[in-house]
Structure formats: C-alpha cells, structure tokens
Design a binder for this molecule. Structure first.
Ligand code: CTP
Length: 404
C-alpha cells in the first residue's frame, strides 16, 4: 500500500456490535497509515467487544459513544462530528444497525450522525449467515443501496458462531482497499483493462526452468490503480508471490506462450492493454519430459532455443487493437532504446524504467515515450507511480473527452 494514499481524507468510523470489531483495530491502523484522519464513534454494543481506549490509541483521537458527550465544543456531537467527514464508514455494521439506517432512526449518537450527515455513507456488514440471508436484512440492504449507500461485502467463510456462509465482514485489508477505491477519481469508469505482469517461466525439464527477476509489483500496482479508477480489470500474471488486488480478475500462467494465448483470448474485450510482464524472449525447444540426470561421463546438457511470440507486438498488430502500452527495462541508453522499441512494437505509448535495478524494488522512475516526445515522471513508490501512469493513460485514450 502506498503511503499517504488517503492524505487529507477524514473518515468517521462508526462501530456497531459484533465480534468483527477486532478487525477495526487493524482497519484504523491502515487508514491512518495511508494519511486519513479517523474519528471513531462506537455504539454501546461495540464497546462490549473492544474498548474505546484501544480505538483512541489507534486513531489518535478521542472516541465518542454518546450523544450527550459534552466534549464536542457546541455540545452537538451528532452534527459536528459528521461536518468535517469525507465519508462515514459503518464497520462492522450489525443487522440491527442496518435496520435502523433504513428507517432513519436516531436514538443514539451513531445513528443520529448518519441521519444528520451531508457526506457519503459506506456500510460494511458483519453477521451470522442466517441473519444475512433473512429476507428483512436483504430488504434493508437493497433499500440502503437504493438510498445511495455503498455496501462493501460481506465475505463468505467460517463464522465466529461456528457456521459457514455469507455474512462475515471483509478482512481489514479488503475493507481498506474498498474505501481507497471509493475515494479514487473514476477516470477509467466503463473501461476494460487487460494487463500482463511478472516474469514468465520457461521449463527445461519438469523441475528446472529459465525465468527472470521481475517481481510483478509494478504490474500489480497498475492493476490496482486501474481498478480504483473504475475500470474492469483482467490481470494475467506469471509466477509471482503477490496477492491479487481487490476487485481484480486474475489469471495465472507460467510460460510466454501461455501468457500470449491468455491475452489473445481476452483482448477482444479490452479497451486498454498494458504489457508490464518481463516476457522471456526465448524458450527451450522440446523441454525434457523427464528430469535431466547427470550422466556417467558428466556430459553437460545442451539446449536449442526458439523464439517466443511477442505478445505486445501481436496485440498492436490486431485489426482493432486496444490502446496498447508497453514497458521497457534497459540496462543503458534508455532514451534511444525506449523510442526505438515503441516504434518497433508499434504502440502509442511505451514506459521506460530508468535504471536497470527496478526489478523487485518498491519505487521506480520512468520516462513516457510517445510520437511527439518523451516525458519524465518523478521517482515515486510503485503504487503512487501506478496512479500517475493510469492518469496519463486515461488522458491519452482516443475518446478520453467522453469520459473525463
Ligand atoms: N513483450 C511481450 N512479449 C515478448 C517480449 C516482450 O509482450 N515476447 C513486451 C513486454 O511486456 C514489454 C515490452 O514488450 O511491454 C518490452 O519488453 P522488453 O523485454 O523490454 O523488450 P524486447 O522486445 O524483449 O526487447 P529486448 O529484450 O531486446 O530489449
């Protein structure tokens, strides 16, 4: 996660009763680390699960639990606390609290704050699966959506009561992702983005192969930024040890040929293709079906290589290609190789990594190559850079003015 991603945002975090209250400790930490200020408001029931002292320590602000709390300067906590908020997030949102929201009830501080708010409302339900499936709850959720609230989750899986099913609260990290996504400008709304990321792995035999040091971080950061910008994102990943960004559809492949085939199956639906993967240029012709063994005379194995398909160039060659973006990692002379590569691959935009050491690092510095010149973007962590690159790509879409 990037630092200061939610810089300047003020979130009222409303906690209601439920065992998922423990997740809010972590959520508060994630939000504050990302630059948001967090004002925690708890119902009485929430204080049965986690103490206001814990939440105050994590948020760095006094926690409010009562509408009669005299600490708010004009003694109108229900008005004052929501006025500076960019959003109220109810997490966990209990069955009871959903019902109260739907009916506009205002019999405690948190419910009164929600009725008196002039900012968006995000609701993160957490309850037993039967309570979630109950027709009354489903009616309430539908009504909340119709009233303009964002309902995040719930998740499915084992529950505190021992049952398994829908109703668990999203994990803290997923809740954070959904909130960050909510705050991102939707500059790619309605667009479909296809990306490749990570290395490829070309087998020599069933246990050995040729790969490279790409970590996939830049491609995954771009997938996340595109999702947050409102795009429908399909990520085709080589072997990497990274979690799928929230809301992104991921397909795993091993070899360049598999990556090529997966891209070709999906590309007709894409408005934008971003080739971030470090695709192996060559593979071994006829990889051994069995593990290669040391021979008695210690004869060394030898391999014949054949060229892999160039995925980016194949996409750019299609009769109706999406807006295609390439990446280039060079070990020197980027200014020359970057533009030459863009022309050779026939793409409108190629992003050149400055310096050969980008693989695996958390930050990066790039130059954008396009027909009318090159532009350098400042060094930044990969997630910040990904957001900047998504904004640059959005600006260059042929019909950008229709959406922006
Ligand atoms: N690329 C691809 N398929 C390949 C090779 C590269 O789609 N078989 C894409 C990469 O995803 C990247 C761009 O092409 O977007 C440039 O990759 P790079 O490895 O820098 O270029 P190559 O064409 O392999 O050129 P070279 O290795 O000679 O620098």
């Amino acid at each position: 996660m990037a630092t200061a991603e939610l810089a300047g945002k003020h979130v009222v975090l409303g906690m209601t009763g439920g065992i998922a209250c423990y997740k809010i400790a972590e959520l508060t930490r994630l939000l504050t680390k990302a630059g948001a200020s967090v004002q925690v408001v708890m119902t009485d029931a929430a204080t049965q699960f986690i103490t206001p002292v814990t939440m105050q320590a994590l948020s760095g602000r006094p926690v409010y639990t009562s509408q009669w709390d005299a600490r708010v300067p004009n003694n109108m906590a229900h008005i004052d606390l929501s006025r500076e908020a960019d959003a109220i997030v109810i997490a966990p949102a209990s069955t009871d609290f959903l019902a109260k929201l739907v009916h506009g009830m205002a019999d405690d501080l948190l419910s009164t704050l929600c009725v008196a708010r002039d900012c968006p409302l995000l609701v993160v339900p957490a309850m037993n699966r039967q309570m979630w499936q109950n027709p009354a709850t489903q009616r309430n959720v539908a009504q909340l959506r119709a009233d303009g609230a964002e309902v995040l989750g719930p998740d499915s899986g084992p529950q505190a009561c021992g049952e398994i099913g829908d109703g668990r609260m999203l994990e803290a990290a997923a809740t954070y992702e959904a909130i960050a996504s909510f705050f991102s400008p939707k500059i790619l709304s309605g667009r479909r983005v296809l990306l490749t990321a990570g290395p490829t792995f070309e087998p020599l035999d069933p246990v050995r192969g040729i790969t490279n040091r790409s970590s996939g971080k830049m491609g995954f950061a771009l997938a996340r930024a595109a999702q947050q910008a409102g795009a429908d994102v399909h990520l085709i990943a080589g072997p990497v040890a990274l979690e799928t960004p929230w809301g992104v559809f991921r397909e795993d492949v091993q070899t360049a040929q598999q990556m090529h085939d997966a891209v070709m199956r999906a590309v007709a639906d894409a408005d934008i293709f971003i080739g971030v993967a470090a695709v192996a240029d060559w593979r071994v012709d006829h990889a051994s079906e069995h593990k290669l063994k040391k021979t008695a005379g210690n004869a060394l194995p030898s391999f014949t290589f054949v060229e892999n398909p160039d995925i980016l160039a194949s996409v750019a060659k299609l009769p109706h290609p999406p807006f295609a973006v390439g990446f280039a990692a060079e070990s020197g002379n980027l200014e020359v190789h970057g533009e030459e590569k863009r022309v050779r691959k026939n793409v409108p935009l190629l992003i050149g990594n400055l310096g050969p050491l980008t693989f695996g690092r958390d930050d990066n510095e790039v130059i954008l190559f396009e027909a009318d010149g090159a532009t350098k973007l400042p060094r930044a962590d990969k997630q910040t850079l990904a957001r900047a690159l998504i904004a640059e790509i959005a600006k260059r879409l042929p019909d950008a003015s229709l959406i922006l």
